[in-house]
Design a protein around this ligand. Structure first.
Ligand SMILES: [Zn+2]
Ligand SMILES: [Zn+2]
Length: 98
């Protein structure tokens, strides 16, 4: 699949639907975007969804249907069994007393 490099937009000028999780990207929010030449389509994703896609190694493949994965998730499991989110939460939690 031929695709342009991913461009990160800091503030969206309008609302979009994320091509990964099928959720809204609100105006004023950051998002990642790129262009696929063969299909002539512009893709837009939440930054964390874009990262998830790269982790899932999907950038060079055809994307799964919107909503196949949850926001920021690349393991494809349901929330209960999600392994990647657990990783992220553990990493971002830091040293909390409790
Ligand atoms: Zn998303
Ligand atoms: Zn996951």
């Amino acid at each position: 699949m031929m695709a342009s490099p991913i461009r990160h937009v800091k503030r969206s000028r309008k609302a979009y639907i994320c091509d990964w999780c099928n959720r809204r990207i609100a105006a004023g929010q950051p998002y990642a975007t790129w262009f696929t030449y063969e299909e002539n389509v512009i893709s837009r994703m939440h930054p964390e969804c874009c990262e998830a896609m790269q982790r899932a190694d999907r950038y060079d493949e055809e994307l799964p249907p919107r909503g196949t994965y949850r926001r920021g998730c690349w393991c494809g499991e349901s929330e209960q069994f999600c392994t990647c989110k657990a990783e992220t939460i553990n990493n971002s939690k830091g040293t909390d007393n409790g």
